[in-house]
Design a protein around this ligand. Structure first.
Ligand code: 4AD
Ligand code: MG
Length: 464
């Protein structure tokens, strides 16, 4: 008998087939007419398969009547057209085999309507709920879409290192990687830690971005992208920050900021339309249960051209907004979440790209504009989430880059290999980083970033 997933078995064209289903019981209802209904889910889709179990089955009394949420079963039977609303098929069981029991008193997922806070303490089981199943499927679809988009556009996937000897963002919020014993650290005569005795013979950290290494391949192979875990030791306990998140970073030789913006825009558009096309059932759920604007926001992302404004223009709009912000606005400040939200939610009501930021608030590698004050940076801001993409055209002029590094208190010597790209055959190039989890938040409407990654890492929290 063929083993069908629930998503296959729910299709009308499967009616009449003898099939086997393997999954977990969501609910059991017993009818007075001498049979029971089981709702079976196997994660292949949001919907359950309704199974009708006749009392004649040999283990009906001894086992079927004891089944409850979380038990795993293999059911054989015939798929029939279902008279019930909301499902095309149902399974008339000929046998129900129990693989694993779940004690109804102890099983934490027995009850419906747990808070997301509680479910975070049950990260190993929460994927069995509708919400986390849907998030996982949408996240998977987005990843598929990311690879398809870049592969079709001729971008090469490059694996940049996770352990790194350089700091890309220059912000010093890195996790140290060491094999030195904290209780017995080797010291130099002046008391400083002797890193020559450490595993790599120098200080190393978990990467905050694959960009610098990505640039080396872009300046050889033309167009590349990285997609990997990224680590930031910033102590921000917000609904948009993780200590470990996944970032997609394309980098393209001969691209200017304009082409970079076009790339970011068509990239997000493609992901939005793929999700709309392939995750309709999960989206229905998000609209109904999480955020009623989720589908409209996605449709807008897929169809409406982003508004593009300079940082200077954005600051002018904020200054004239008449709003009283917690962080007062003036030219030169880093835009705060409240400012980003006002721009995207109140002023433009759509995704925007802000470009040409003051150099003081951006990283050393961004290309200096002729005004000497701003750099060729761009941030993509979306309603509800704020910044989901940060990128720039890179400084390709050796002397300007070295000067910027010194301004940022970075030692050009330590970045000798990065500077070599400017010494030998330098070219204009650009790229950006998209935070996967912020994108999943935007697509699903999930309010907290900890609920769109399977095992969130945040300050004081790494249980699993
Ligand atoms: O703006 P960021 O810091 O840019 C970079 O790292 C560049 N090197 C990217 C590049 O040009 N190749 O980070 C990029 C994106 C942000 O827009 C945000 O979506 C996400 O990464 N991000 C985070 N997501 C979750 N938790 C955090 N702590 C994040 N920090 C950044
Ligand atoms: Mg940024």
């Amino acid at each position: 008998m063929p083993w069908l997933s629930v998503v296959q078995a729910r299709k009308a064209e499967s009616v009449g087939d003898g099939v086997e289903i393997r999954g977990w019981v969501r609910t059991r209802r017993d009818s007075k007419g001498g049979f029971s209904f089981l709702e079976i889910n196997d994660g292949s889709c949001m919907g359950n398969l309704q199974v009708i179990v006749p009392a004649e089955l040999g283990n009906y009394q001894s086992e079927v009547l004891k089944l409850g949420a979380g038990c795993s079963v293999v059911v054989e039977g015939e798929l029939k057209a279902s008279p019930a609303k909301g499902q095309a098929t149902e399974l008339a069981a000929r046998s129900v085999r129990v693989l694993g029991w779940a004690d109804p008193v102890a099983y934490p997922m027995q009850k419906k309507g747990h808070t997301f806070e509680f479910l975070r303490t049950q990260a190993h089981l929460r994927a069995r709920t509708n919400t986390f199943g849907a998030v996982a499927r949408v996240r998977n679809r987005i990843c598929d879409s990311i690879h398809s988009f870049f592969q079709e556009k001729g971008f090469l996937l490059v694996h940049t290192p996770i352990i790194t000897g350089s700091d890309c963002e220059g912000a010093g919020q890195m996790f140290r990687v060491t094999t030195l014993d904290p209780a017995n650290t080797p010291r130099l005569p002046d008391g400083a830690v002797d890193y020559s005795r450490d595993f790599f013979g120098k200080p190393t950290h978990l990467t905050v971005s694959g960009q610098l290494e990505g640039e080396t391949y872009a300046c050889s192979l033309g167009r590349i992208y990285t997609f990997g875990p990224t680590f930031r030791a910033e102590n921000s306990n917000t609904a948009r920050h993780l200590a470990e998140f996944w970032m997609i970073e394309p980098e393209a030789a001969f691209f200017t900021l304009l082409e970079n913006m076009d790339l970011a825009e068509s990239f997000l558009r493609r992901i939005a339309s793929d999700v709309l096309e392939h995750c309709s059932e999960d989206l229905d759920f998000f609209v109904e249960r999480i955020d009623k604007t989720a589908r409209a926001a996605l449709t807008q992302l897929a169809t409406v051209p982003f508004r593009r404004i300079s940082y200077t223009e954005a600051v002018r709009l904020l200054e004239n907004s008449g709003e009283s912000f917690e962080y007062p606005v003036r030219w030169g400040i880093d835009l705060q979440s409240e400012h980003e939200r006002w721009l995207t939610e109140k002023q433009f009501k759509q995704p925007i790209i802000v470009f040409d930021y003051p150099k003081e608030i951006k990283a050393f590698y961004m290309r200096l504009n002729d005004d000497g004050k701003t750099v060729r940076a761009m941030d993509v801001l979306v309603p509800r989430v704020g910044e989901i993409i940060g990128g720039s055209q890179r400084e390709e002029r050796l002397d300007v880059l070295e000067a910027r590094m010194r301004e940022c208190h970075l030692d050009p010597e330590a970045y000798w290999w990065y500077l070599d790209l400017r010494r030998y055959g330098t070219v204009p190039h650009a790229g950006f980083g998209l935070g996967l989890e912020r994108l999943v938040q935007m697509v699903t409407g999930m309010a907290n970033i900890r609920d769109v990654i399977p095992f969130p890492r945040t300050p004081q929290s790494a249980e699993f």
